[in-house]
Design a protein around this ligand. Structure first.
Ligand code: SF4
Ligand code: SF4
Length: 375
């Protein structure tokens, strides 16, 4: 079939729209994933519930006339983030416009309109293994931490989003670069540094142990043995990327501040989240970080209480006391008690003694243990 546009013209348009890189691959199925998904059904049961992962492996099941896949590389870390946010929230969530549609999504839309205007139909498959697609399109390699490292963007680091688009026209595929690109001298720094042991071995992650997963999907009260290792992460975790030597060249760059994210700084203050009501959550927090449903406000508050405890900063004690009194969720109250015990001091101790008078069962036990920590 006669093509209206060349591969080179598509590449030029992608770069013009601000994408960092672009690659092409075939619409063949990602067969290596079949075995992986079959052998890891238990670990990924939560993802199977909402996504048809098996369908995502085969582009032709998603879009029957599929002929090629274009992969765009965008970076969410072209500008820097305030310390008050990147210390607690994974960077990729801080400028995530999948709901607000006022950032990268808008450029993807423009790119798809450009394809359409040139006779190419496209489909964005949310459930396709996007990192595999990027590597098969020659755009970079994998890290042992399971992340994708770009061949070009962010000094060849991992702070990127591969965006696959299935298209109904055939273009010459780029050379596959699927391999682990870690230097031999790095002795698995990411695996050793992972606080919860989620990285079991090179490219093997148990998502149920990953702090990112636990912050937004963890069921019930966070178990005691995870509260300290989960540290200061409220939503997401960047630890295995922060310790990676492949990311250091970009981490030392002096970048201009991301003003869109700076504008969120006050709204995402820990104490505001701890005291937020449903309306605040729906309007202010959820449009940016939406993995938790509107009924999951308790998990946000529990996470913030844990983080406050792990800061060991007495300035949070009045907030925690106030939140205990305004919350009747057992999970939040238990975590507040733990946090007060971890921070310690007279004010925390006296508050815990007061809480003890009207408590029973699991909460009473948490309060007694928190008091035990202080005493
Ligand atoms: S994101 Fe955090 S918890 Fe998850 S594997 Fe990396 S270091 Fe471990
Ligand atoms: S920390 Fe080392 S092993 Fe892990 S992804 Fe980075 S280079 Fe690879």
């Amino acid at each position: 079939m006669f093509l209206l546009i060349s591969k080179q013209e598509i590449i030029e348009r992608a770069i013009e729209l601000g994408f960092e890189d672009i690659g092409f691959t075939t619409a063949d199925p990602f067969t290596s994933q079949i075995e992986i998904l079959n052998s890891r059904k238990e670990e990924y049961a939560w993802a199977f519930k909402s996504l048809n992962l098996m369908e995502g492996i085969d582009p032709k099941r998603i879009m029957p006339p599929a002929k090629s896949i274009i992969v765009l590389i965008a970076s969410y870390f072209k500008k820097s983030f305030p310390k008050s946010l990147e210390s607690y929230f994974g960077r990729c969530y801080l400028d995530d416009d999948r709901i607000t549609k006022d950032g990268i999504s808008r450029e993807v839309k423009k790119f798809r309109i450009f394809l359409r205007d040139n006779g190419i139909d496209s489909k964005f498959p949310a459930h396709m293994p996007h990192r595999l697609a990027a590597a098969r399109a020659g755009l970079g390699t994998f890290g042992k931490n399971c992340l994708f490292y770009s061949r070009k963007a962010v000094r060849q680091g991992s702070w990127t989003l591969p965006i696959p688009l299935i298209i109904d026209q055939e273009f010459e595929p780029d050379e596959d670069t699927s391999s682990i690109g870690c230097p031999d001298w790095c002795r698995n720094a990411c695996i050793i540094a992972c606080p919860t042991g989620a990285l079991k071995s090179p490219r093997k992650l148990d998502p149920r142990k990953c702090i990112s997963y636990l912050t937004y999907f963890g069921e019930d009260l966070t178990p005691k043995e995870l509260r300290e290792p989960m540290g200061l992460w409220v939503y997401g975790c960047d630890h295995c990327q922060n310790v990676c030597p492949r990311n250091k060249p970009w981490l030392v760059e002096e970048l201009p501040l991301n003003e869109r994210v700076v504008a969120m700084e006050e709204d995402f203050e820990l104490s505001r989240i701890l005291h937020m009501d449903r309306n605040y959550y729906r309007k202010t927090i959820w449009p940016h970080m939406f993995y938790m449903g509107l009924g999951d406000m308790w998990r946000w508050k529990m996470n913030v209480a844990r983080v406050m405890g792990n800061t060991r900063d007495p300035k949070f004690v009045p907030d925690l006391i106030k939140a205990f009194n305004e919350n009747d969720d057992l999970r939040v109250r238990c975590m507040i008690s733990w946090a007060l015990g971890r921070i310690g001091g007279d004010q925390a101790k006296n508050a815990l003694k007061t809480f003890l008078k009207n408590s029973e069962g699991q909460l009473r036990q948490e309060i007694l243990e928190a008091l035990g920590q202080i005493l």
